[in-house]
Design a protein around this ligand. Sequence first.
Ligand code: UGA
Length: 464
Amino acid sequence: MTDHLSDLDVAELFPRTPFSPDAPTPRISVLGTGYLGATHAVAMAQLGMEVVGVDTDPHKVAALAAGKVPFFEPGLDELLEEQLASGRLRFTTDVAEAVGWADVHFVCVGTPQTKTSHAADLRFVEAATTAIAENLTHDALIVGKSTVPVGTGARLRELVARTQPAGVRTELVWNPEFLREGKAVQDTLHPDRIVMGGTTPESEALLRRVYAGPIAEGSPVVVCDLPTAELVKVSANAFLATKISFINAIASVCEAADADVTVLADALGHDTRIGRQFLDAGLGFGGGCLPKDIRALMHRANELGAHQASSLLQQVDEINMGQRARVIELALDACEGSVLNRRVGVLGAAFKPHTDDVRDSPALNVAAALHLRGAQVTVYDPQAGDTARASFPTLGYATDVEEAVEGADVVLVLTEWDEFLDAEPARLASLTRRPHVIDARGRLDARRWTDAGWSFAGLGRTAA
Ligand code: UGA
């Protein structure tokens, strides 16, 4: 009898559902192939699943399909090549084909800040979710990973219900991602927690199958409701931002009192309730996540009437932005009040080391501000030269540290790459016009630099 059934009949008689405990290994689609999505797609393949990565940008898809990660992320290139070769991983712009093929669809698109307010721009999340819902051919689990304001998942559930074809069963859950750029591969393969928000027993079981590897290794699983899962993510970033602004606020007390914030942070960090991480005082936080996430949380908290959370984060943001102004002041001080026609060597453009990401980079912000005040600014970054040049084409760019500091009236260390911490201060001093260094990340060995003839300025360490 079955010999005479068409494909359509088979689909009707045996609708594919990934929710059944004995369904075959789920196939994965990942919508959005930026830092989050590309890493997630590769990691899912590494964990043994068949994966398709989907993006609307044909250039990104072509690069990834050819084994080239379109950004710098340590270890990802190798893993991408390995997984493409395994045959488990592919990339496409054809969302209909990908959604028709896969069982679990991860939404990994960006949620940038809107142009006119602090709110998150949810257009990409909505477009990706709509594309999934419109193209479903069988039961599926939609998993939000993008960072979204609390309440988004509930709205997306309504969108899916309105859009999906009749007869298909879907669930939409939230499973936020906590990966750090620069450590994205490690964080994705070995997450320090797996949050599953808004699951039923069936979708929880399915997600546990997807994450079987990390769970077996001991990654804790937190099962919660949808709004809690959404809030866990933004609260984690808000806490990290608050920790950084706290130490930066204390740094200004240290300066006024002739204390050293780097020693103070070490001492605080020995208290396991506090911990040493994210207590590096300096130029403050930037990047594609912390700044926009705390602003989106401020906005959402205000909408919900939780004004205290919003005003706390407003302070965090203000302290953070103030650090950039402080470093600009230090540069002006080093040049007797004006940088007009002075040469400024800038070491670092990325928002932190081990990435080429310059989104909301404090380093470039300072470099551009000094350029606007008439300085001749030359920037060097071991990885972010190209991305920096694309965003700030009017700055000068060097191909190494020595070229950046040559003839400089002041040198600013704005991103703490090892290459700068390990640099030879005596050799560099001989290249400058005047050996003034501003350590905006608090990571240089002040004694080594002063011994080599540099006048040294830092944040929160006047004594240094
Ligand atoms: C951050 C979070 O750490 C991740 O957990 C989260 O998943 C990610 O955002 C995201 O939402 O996608 P990331 O943006 O990669 O990760 O950067 P972080 O390592 O958190 O650093 C953020 C900024 O804080 C950098 O500019 C860094 O220089 C600065 N920072 C960090 C300090 O100024 N002081 C410190 O002590 C630590």
